[in-house]
Design a protein around this ligand. Structure first.
Ligand SMILES: Nc1ncnc2c1ncn2[C@@H]1O[C@H](COP(=O)(O)OP(=O)(O)OP(=O)(O)O)[C@@H](O)[C@H]1O
Length: 665
């Protein structure tokens, strides 16, 4: 099933709203056609200076005369048969049969007329002007009612579209939270954001169009179609021979439109990508005076989108004239055929019977009114068409993400977390991003419970990658990480991650208050516990002294109103509040000044006692926190030992410390 089909199935779940859309559309359509029907009494009665009862009376008179004439004609034809040569007999008999059939129809009309006349005489106005007043009142009330149902219809349709969009957006967000981290680096934030905003809006608009215009307009057409068929279904068939041409032409455009719409959405994702990057690196752009280069990059993305949009505009521009020309062809065909029949009081066209009895001016006007009543919805359907193509392209993109199956999920039969575990082991761990070259190669490392391990190594050697495998941000491609022999992949993700606290260099904060940011470490923590954690992380002083509303100060998007060091201290308080069994510190104190560093060191020293800690640092001074130091290089472990041992025997370690470790130890 296509993406849009699935969105529609979701919408169909709101049965009440769907029923509301259909019922109100039906009323709009019936009232639309019945309002147009008012032209019939207007032309056949009022314009001839008659009231409806008078008109019915004169119609009855005409029909009686017709009957008498036909009977007379049949007698004459019967006489002709007696004197004609045998080869003329079939033609004459056919004429007699036709005349009999026509008399039958006229008799039926006469009976109907006789039945309806007393009712019309009793209920309908008796003068032409009163009839006109009645027709006008009928049209006015009909239009009022039609618009009332239209309003109801628009509200139902909008609600259905927005509810579907709302539900899909929530699913999409849930899916974003479940997706593997690798998806984010592969697809890019801009693209994922665009799908959740623009694309989903298009899906909502598509659902609204499908249950709104795409139901209302065809129903209006069907109502007019029925009215025109009532006048003469044969004439109607003749006039809609052009319809299949329109169908195939529009279908050919559909595919190109969907493709163009999909490309446009992709280009829009590119713009989102560029914008998010620019906004998050605006300082860098200014500092390195990259404005013109960035402008050029943005120009390329915007130009690509502009070109796609122009392509869509060209296709769209084609749809409307195409349907309009075919519509006009249809009406003109009807005008020629109908005009011929009425002006000549004929019932046949090219030997084909079009109506049982000659059509009146009122009939013909009604027929045209119905055709015109069909052409307006047909024109609107051309717009519907593009919106549905857009929605179809957008839904494919949304469902592409919704259908992604994350690989890092809970195992089918999770093992229980070893409560009194004693060792955490990286066994022959190998890993490469996206199945690419190995960033880590056969890493073996055993950490005892409560041990503090520092990991050092040159940039890009795989330190952060190694630690990101423990909370299963990524899964190892070879080897395993085991806690007391239990593979972390056999544990429930929640059970594993709830025991780990992470403080990283970026120290991400949410755009909310300081207190709430700290409480993310342990949702539900009391204010006292939050403040105690802040005191331990040496964050309380700046929070109380420098922030206007203390713990209730909003930190700005990503914590932008705080300095790097302040953000790190809040992130540290968050980890302290979590009170994790395993603490991961990835350059957690890199932005803290020398004065604060000493204080934080003391805090960390106290906090990490008896707590399994894995810390990455480039600061030799931080090494004093560690029981053992692991030196990594090019994805492998170069050496392990105490800082003193390594200083004595490991060349790389000495280079990394470049004397700093000794100085600070
Ligand atoms: N999301 C990612 N996708 C692809 N490759 C990545 C990704 N993250 C890191 N890498 C690559 O993996 C290698 C190891 O990166 P990692 O961040 O683990 O190094 P590191 O030792 O922590 O470096 P640093 O000291 O600079 O923080 C690098 O070559 C890097 O280019």
């Amino acid at each position: 099933m296509t993406g849009f089909g699935r969105a529609v199935r979701l919408a169909l779940g709101s049965r009440g709203l769907v029923a509301g859309c259909f019922v109100t559309s039906l009323f709009v359509a019936v009232l639309w056609a019945s309002n147009l029907m008012a032209v019939w009494p207007l032309v056949d009665a009022v314009m001839r200076g008659q009231s409806v009862p008078q008109w019915l009376e004169s119609e009855a008179e005409t029909q009686r005369t017709e009957l008498a004439e036909r009977t007379q004609r049949r007698i004459e034809l019967g006489l002709q048969v007696a004197h004609a040569s045998p080869d003329q007999h079939p033609r004459l008999r056919q004429l007699i049969a036709d005349s009999k059939r026509e008399s039958g129809y006229t008799r039926e009309k006469l009976e109907w007329n006789a039945w309806v006349r007393p009712i019309a005489a009793r209920w309908l106005p008796s003068t032409p002007f009163e009839t006109l007043v009645c027709v006008c009142a009928y049209v006015m009330i009909g239009t009022l009612l039609k618009n009332l149902f239209r309003v109801l219809n628009l509200v139902c349709v909008a609600r259905l579209g927005h509810v579907t969009c709302f539900n899909l957006r929530k699913d999409y967000y849930r899916q974003l939270l479940r997706l593997d981290l690798s998806e984010f680096s592969e697809r890019g934030r801009g693209d994922l954001m665009n799908r959740c905003t623009t694309d989903l809006n298009e899906v909502g608009t598509g659902v609204q169009t499908l249950f709104g215009q795409a139901v209302r307009e065809p129903l209006k057409m069907i109502a007019c179609f029925a009215g025109a068929a009532w006048v003469s279904w044969r004439l109607l068939l003749l006039t809609i021979v052009v319809a299949p041409i329109a169908f195939f032409a529009v279908r050919a455009l559909a595919k190109s439109l969907k493709r163009a719409n999909r490309r446009a959405l992709e280009e829009l994702s590119g713009i989102f990508e560029t914008l998010t990057e620019t906004l998050s690196s605006i300082r860098l752009i200014k500092a390195f005076t990259l404005e013109s280069a960035e402008r050029a990059r943005f120009h390329d993305s915007a130009k690509a989108l502009y070109e796609r949009q122009m392509k869509i505009a060209r296709y769209n521009a084609l749809v409307s004239p195409l349907t309009e020309n075919l519509g006009i062809m249809m009406v003109m065909l009807a005008a020629l055929a109908g005009g011929f029949l009425v002006l000549n009081q004929e019932t046949h066209l090219f030997g084909v019977r079009i109506s049982e009895t000659p059509l009146t001016h009122g009939h013909m006007t009604l027929f045209f009114a119905m055709l015109i009543g069909m052409s307006d919805p047909a024109r609107r359907l051309a717009e519907v068409f593009n919106r549905l193509q857009m929605a179809s392209a957008a839904s494919d993109r949304v469902f592409e993400v919704l259908d992604r199956r994350p690989t890092i999920v809970d195992p089918p039969a999770p093992a229980s977390f070893p409560l009194k575990w004693r060792s955490l082991a990286f066994e022959q761990v190998t890993f490469g991003y996206g199945g690419g070259a190995s960033v880590l190669k056969n890493v073996d490392l055993e950490v005892r419970r409560g041990e503090r391990i520092a990991i050092v190594g040159p940039n890009g050697c795989g330190k952060s990658t190694l630690l990101s495998l423990l909370p299963r941000f990524y899964d190892t491609t070879g080897g395993a990480i085991r806690i007391d022999g239990v593979d972390v992949r056999d544990l429930r993700l929640r059970a594993l991650r709830s025991r780990i606290g992470i403080v990283s260099q970026q120290a991400h904060l949410f755009n909310t208050s300081v207190a709430e940011n700290i409480s993310f470490g342990r949702p539900g923590a009391t204010r006292e516990e939050i403040e105690a954690a802040a005191v331990q992380a040496h964050a309380d002083r700046f929070v109380l002294d420098k922030l206007e509303h203390g713990y209730d100060t909003i930190v700005g998007p990503g914590g932008s109103r705080l300095s790097g060091g302040q953000r790190q201290r809040i992130a540290l308080a968050r980890a302290i509040l979590r009170d994790p069994e395993i603490l991961i510190l990835d350059e957690a104190t890199s932005q803290i000044d020398v004065e604060s560093e000493r204080l934080i060191h003391d805090a960390l020293k106290r906090f990490t006692v008896g707590r399994t800690t894995l810390l990455i640092t480039h600061r030799p001074s931080t090494l004093t926190l560690a029981d053992r130091v692991v030196v990594m290089d090019h994805g492998v472990i170069d050496d392990i030992g105490t800082a003193d041992e390594l200083y004595a025997r490991c060349e790389l370690f000495r280079t990394l410390c470049s004397g700093g470790y000794r100085a600070s130890a």
